[in-house]
Structure formats: structure tokens, C-alpha cells
Ligand binder design. Structure first.
Ligand code: TYM
Length: 329
């Protein structure tokens, strides 16, 4: 069975962008792959989060993974920081990556924009190498991600190929899996920018644990143009196109069918339908989440997950150290 691996950073609340761009695919694919899904808590350190808040976010994310439908029978769930081999491989790969290629990462460029070198966290710069280690240490075949992470998976492929060429075949070269629809859900208030958990204006972001009344209001007040025609046109109608994408991903209806279905409706009617779908999803997730979070189910899953991932990654790490001539291997 081929392996799937992916993760999410616990830097804020999970929103429907994460659900549509990533989690939904983990769930749909988990039966067909040996799946590994983790909380990328080490990656969240680049913003030096408050430790108490980070601890809460990690637990919340794990509860939401399960509530959304990740099934421990099919998916090994774990915290990145608990497996000490990730940062170990990351260092070995850092010494095989170049400043130039890390400098070209668009996420790094965006996040460091306007900051002086003295104040840019160097973890932000080497962040994609840790991500490469997360993937390569498990010989993952496929990595489902939203489109903002594609460049990082491409760098992972480059690093794997470079290492294999220098030291003999060691790593599988992974394939990024990016959905045609919903790989970039946009902010509801500014549909030209990606919905993001660190956004100050929470009116544009639907969190999975949002109060249902608040979530409905956010959809109903989503920014659109004013021509009242439900038509998918990213350039001229980014707001309504984003709502069509959300509706399409939640109902599995294609865009043409949706345009046809709503050809005689106005924006208010369409938004109500989108809101109904979003609320149905949130209600389902929240009910399950509230059950799970009261129990010690999460800890049991993590203990089992850690045991499994440690064994796989320790073997890979020893192979790498041996090839590099490190220690006494
Ligand atoms: P992160 O935490 O920023 O996002 C997690 C996943 O959600 C997707 N995503 C979106 N998809 C559609 N629309 C949006 N608005 C949206 N916002 C986020 C992201 O593309 C991503 O797939 N570096 C990664 C975490 C990571 C990782 C890994 C992923 C660490 N190691 C190894 C895969 C494999 C990150 O920060 O994602």
C-alpha cells in the first residue's frame, strides 16, 4: 500500500480552508493509503507562540482531526515534536540545501516581507527543510496539500533527488496532491487573498469551531460584486467564485451544475444555501469534537501513533547517518 503523509501547523484555529484544502482529502484518501497525519507543532515555533496557547491549539487540532473523520484504523496520528527523528533528519537535509533555493520560497518571501534581516526568525528560512524531513523520513508517496504548500513539496523532491544522487537511493521522491477545486479558499471579506488562520479580520474566516450563528453571518456578509449573477469567474467575480468553490467542495456538485441550479437566484438566496451547507458541516464536526475532547481517547491514539512512527523513522535515520558517515554507524 502506498503511503500518504501530511500535517497542519497549530498556530491558530482550523478553518474551512484547511478542511477543504487538506483534511477532506486526508479523509477521502485514508482507506486507499497507509496514512500518516500529524500536528506540525515544531513548525509553529517560528512565530514563538505563547506555550499555553500552543498546548491548547495542539489538543484542539487533534480533537478536530478525529471529529472531521480521520480514523485511527487507517491513519496514524501523531505530534511532530514527539518524534525526535524529524529535527535530526532536518539538520542532515539543511546541510544539503542552498540559501538560494530557500530564498526563492514564496511563503518565506511573503512572511519576511518588510522585515529587516536582524529580526527575521531563521526558523522561517529553514522551515521548508523541516517539512522535507517530515515527508522523507516516512518514504511518503503522496502529500495532499493546498496550493500554498506545493513549492515546499517540490523542494522536498529536489532534496530527495540530490541526496539519492550523492549517496545512493535513500528516499522516495514524493508527489504533491493538489485538488483541482478548493486548493485555495479565499478570505470572505477580501476574496483576493487566501483565507488564513493568522488573519486579524476574523469576519473573513470560518473556523471549524465557530458559533453556528456567527458562521452563518460571516457567509451572509461575504463580499461579492453587485451584479447578482451566480457565475464562476475568478478574475471579475472573486467573491462569488469563492462561495461557488466552497459550495461545490461541500456538496460534490460541479461548477456548471451549480451555475445552472442557481441561474434564477439572487446572491442572498445562494448565500443562504452555502451557509446551510457550512453549518451542516460545522454542526457535525462540533458534536463529535465535544464528545471526543472530554475523553482520554486522544492520548491513547497519540501513544499508539508515536510508537509506530518512531520505529519507521529511526530505521530511516540510521540509514541516513550511515550513508553520511556519521557517528559509529
Ligand atoms: P498550514 O498549517 O499552513 O496549512 C495546512 C494545510 O491546509 C492548507 N490550507 C488551505 N487550503 C485551501 N485554502 C486555504 N485557505 C488554506 N489554508 C491552508 C495548506 O495548503 C496545507 O495543506 N508547512 C505546512 C505544514 C506541514 C506539512 C508538513 C504539510 C509541515 N510539515 C509535511 C505536509 C507535509 C503548513 O504550514 O501548512
Amino acid at each position: 500500500m502506498k503511503r500518504l503523509l501530511s500535517g497542519i501547523k497549530p498556530t491558530g484555529e482550523l478553518h474551512i480552508g484547511h478542511y477543504i484544502g487538506a483534511i477532506k482529502h486526508f479523509i477521502e484518501m485514508q482507506k486507499d493509503y497507509e496514512s500518516f497525519v500529524f500536528v506540525a507543532d515544531l513548525h509553529s515555533l517560528t512565530i514563538n507562540p505563547d506555550p499555553k496557547e500552543l498546548r491548547n491549539n495542539i489538543k484542539e487540532m487533534l480533537g478536530l482531526y478525529l471529529a472531521c473523520g480521520l480514523d485511527p484504523k487507517h491513519t496514524t496520528i501523531f505530534n511532530q515534536s514527539e518524534n525526535i527523528y524529524h529535527p535530526a533528519l532536518s539538520w542532515a537535509l539543511t546541510c544539503h540545501s542552498y540559501m538560494g533555493e530557500l530564498n526563492r520560497m514564496t511563503q518565506y518571501k511573503d512572511k519576511s516581507l518588510g522585515q529587516k534581516n536582524e529580526s527575521i526568525n531563521s526558523g522561517l528560512f529553514t522551515y521548508p527543510v523541516l517539512m522535507a524531513a517530515d515527508i522523507l523520513i516516512y518514504d511518503a508517496d503522496v502529500v495532499p496539500v493546498g496550493d500554498d504548500q506545493k513549492q515546499h513539496v517540490e523542494l522536498t523532491r529536489t532534496l530527495a533527488e540530490r541526496f539519492n544522487n550523492r549517496y545512493g537511493t535513500t528516499f522516495k521522491v514524493p508527489i504533491p496532491v493538489i485538488a483541482k477545486q478548493g486548493a485555495r479558499i479565499m478570505d470572505l471579506q477580501d476574496p483576493t487573498k487566501k483565507m488564513s488562520k493568522t488573519d486579524d479580520n476574523q469576519k473573513g474566516v470560518i473556523n471549524l469551531l465557530d458559533d453556528l450563528v456567527v458562521a452563518r453571518k460571516k457567509i451572509m456578509s461575504a463580499v461579492t460584486d453587485s451584479d447578482n449573477i451566480i457565475k464562476y469567474d475568478i478574475i471579475n467575480k472573486p467573491g462569488i467564485s469563492n462561495l461557488i468553490t466552497i459550495y461545490s467542495c461541500l456538496t460534490n456538485k460541479d461548477i456548471k451544475t451549480i451555475e445552472e441550479e442557481f441561474k434564477n437566484s439572487n446572491y442572498g438566496e445562494f448565500k443562504t444555501k452555502v451557509a446551510n451547507e457550512v453549518i451542516k458541516l460545522l454542526e457535525y464536526i462540533q458534536n463529535k469534537y465535544n464528545e471526543i475532547i472530554k475523553t482520554d481517547y486522544i492520548d491513547n491514539i497519540l501513544d499508539k501513533g508515536l510508537k509506530k512512527v518512531e520505529e519507521i523513522s529511526k530505521n530511516k535515520m540510521l540509514e541516513v547517518y550511515k550513508k553520511l558517515g556519521l557517528g559509529r554507524y
